[in-house]
Structures are given as C-alpha cells and as structure tokens.
Design a protein around this ligand. Sequence first.
Ligand code: ADP
Length: 417
Amino acid sequence: MGATHRIEQTRIETEIAETMNPAVSGKTSNSNATAPLVRTLGIIGGGQLAKMTAIAAAQLGCRIVVLERSADCPAASVAAQTLVGDLNDLDALLRLAGMVEVVTLENEFVNPDVLARVEQAGHAVWPTASTMRLVQDKLIQKETLLQAGLPVPRFAPAPTLEAALAAAAQFGWPVVLKRRKLGYDGKGNATARSAAELESSWAYLDGLKNPLYVEEFCPFRTELAVIVTRSRTGEAVVYPVTETINRNHICNITKTPAPVPRDTAQKVVELAQRAADAINMVGSMGLELFWREDGTVLINEIAPRVHNTGHYTIEACECSQFENHVRAVLGWPLGSPAMRAPAAVMVNLLGHAEGIGTPFGLTQALSVPGAHVHIYGKTRTSPGRKMGHVTALGQTLDEALALAQRAANCIRFGQPE
Ligand code: ADP
C-alpha cells in the first residue's frame, strides 16, 4: 500500500469513527450521549499481545485500531485498521487516539511523557501515563513495590561501577546487573560472580550510556507468575498462580495451577492485588516471582500489560486475560478467572533459526487432538523469537504437558528460504 493511499484510508476511517462514535469527535448524540454504537479501542503496538487482545475485543463487538511500525504486524490481521507510525511519535499517538474511545498498550516501552501529552489532549489512556512511569524504569518499579511494603530482592542504583561494586559488597556475590529500561527476555541483564565479572558486565551493558541498577542474586526453587486484572474502579480479579519454566531467560513453558502449597498460592494472589493497587493499574498485568527454598516469595518484576504467562487463560479460564483487559479498559464488569479444567500447560513456539515466519509442521501439530495451536503471523523469525504457542488442558499437569509438547514438537520456525 502506498503512503498516499494509507493517509487517505486513515482520513476515511477517521470519518467513519466520528459517525459511529460520538466520543471520538466530541459531538454528542441526541439519543444517548454516553453509549456509543460501536466501542472502539486503540492499541499502541501490533504484536501478538495486541492481536490476542484484538481477537477478544472483536468478539465483544469492538472495533480495533492498532499503531505499529510496520503494516504487516501480527495484529493487522484482526484489527479494523492499522496505522503505521512510531510508537513514541506524539502525532501518530494523537491520530490513533482521535479514532478511538480508549487507548491501551501492548508493551511498557512507550515514553510516559508522550503518553501524558495524549492524556492532556483529552484522551482516555489505560493504563495511564503515571502507571507507566512507575513501571517502565525498573529501578523506580522496585522502589514503588518496596514502598508499598511488597517483598522484592535487595537492590541499589548503579550510576557508576563503584556504586555497583559497593552494592555487591553489601549484598554478597553473585549479583545481577540490570538495565533500568527497555530490557526483556533477559536482554539487558548480566550475572556477576566477582568484581572482575561485574566490571565486564558493566562494560557489556554499557553502564555509561544505559542507566543500570544492581540486585542481589536470589536462588529460587521455581519461578512463578500470576495475572491480575484491575478495573477502573479498583476491583481486581486474580488468575490461578502459574509455574514458569524459562530457557535462556525466555519463557518456555507455563504450568497452571503451579504445584505450590495453598498458602504460597494465596500469598501470591495477595501480592498481585497489592502490586496492581500500588501502581494504580487498569487492565491486565503480569507479575513474575521467585519461590525460594524457605517457602517465601519475592517479586522479580511486573509488566503492566497482558503477559506471556497468561496465554493459557484463553482456553483454560472462563474469561481470558485478554477479554478481561478489554473489559477493564472499557469500564465493563470483569469476568471470572476460574479455570475450566484441573490443569493447563502452555508451550511457547520459539524461532529456531533466521528465516521466514511460516510454521513448518503445522498440519501435524493440528492433528494432535486437544492441542490449541496459536500462530502469531510474524513475517520473519529468528532464534528465540516468540512465534506462537500451544496450550493443552488436562486432568493433570503431566497429561496437559504431554499433549502440548507433542503438538509443539511438530512445529519449526526457521527453515532455509
Ligand atoms: P527480563 O525483564 O529481561 O525478562 P528479568 O529481570 O525478568 O529480565 O530476568 C530474567 C530472568 O533472569 C528471570 O526470569 C530469572 O530467571 C533471572 N533473574 C533475574 N533477576 C534475578 C535475581 N535477582 N536472582 C536470580 N535470578 C534472576
């Protein structure tokens, strides 16, 4: 599609949005000013999280517009329209906001100052710019959680290598050096076992260019995760606790409910609720936690968005994390997070090698009864890139795991072109 055509399409779509939705144009309808005919939702970002949110929203009769850097992003196959633009470009965000009733986000990387400008222009953004400000910088996030009385690993700012070394002397080795911003899937972290390693980690993460902080290393029994959805009025629903198995810092498998004692699960649920309150979250968010040998839990990090560890909720729960996110940001009642089966396992489909995004072996995977296969529709793959996932339900975690794994093993992303 040429640029002129795209602009024209945008103008036409804006007009359509104005006719259908009084909230977009600021015009009031005579019949019912508070009930637009079509609920419209804008998503900043067009990846797999936006796609699955858009599917849930479309099911509820909503019209979705996404903003993404490229027109062939995963969510484009579901959205009513895809705007092409930079996610931090104020004009692009205002264009998106002007076409919809509510704007939401699929990742935490959008500049909160730019988001605040969108809010100041009179648009509804959920979660808000101030929520994003508390989460995006992981040092501020940890401080926010600590101030709310929530358990986190010991941490300290590391504006200089000397500050990082001083913190390590206090915490003991090893320590984890982390970028304060833009880290994901372990990119932006380095574990150091000695002063020499800390020095090379500092150089590797480029501490002069990228603000860093340092954390005590927490040996854990397993990693846990949980999804909580919080409404605009502060009610929250918390999903069952999940065990996550990571490979190379990337989520590989989730098992729900996590095989942990009842009081541990209850504690995690309580922490999820309190964390969502602490950042005044609106929508679905994910918490990642360490379950330690002594039975206690620490919050590793929170993500103010739908989360990979909650993909199982699509098939396994009465109302998925995606549907509940849509309900929350549009001000609708939240749905039940209760599971529909005793156990659910999700296996991520990660790219094997550089190549086109076509899945090989899909037909074999689809021949596994009871395996729910999701392909995100990315045009390119690379090693470790999240290309899809498989969820299976069962009477036991072992049964669900065997089923999900059987289907996942059939699929390969990254074949020679
Ligand atoms: P990202 O946001 O890039 O995923 P995380 O901070 O969640 O980075 O870290 C990725 C993984 O590294 C975690 O899932 C965990 O396995 C390990 N990790 C992170 N911080 C610590 C820590 N303080 N102690 C032990 N392991 C850690």
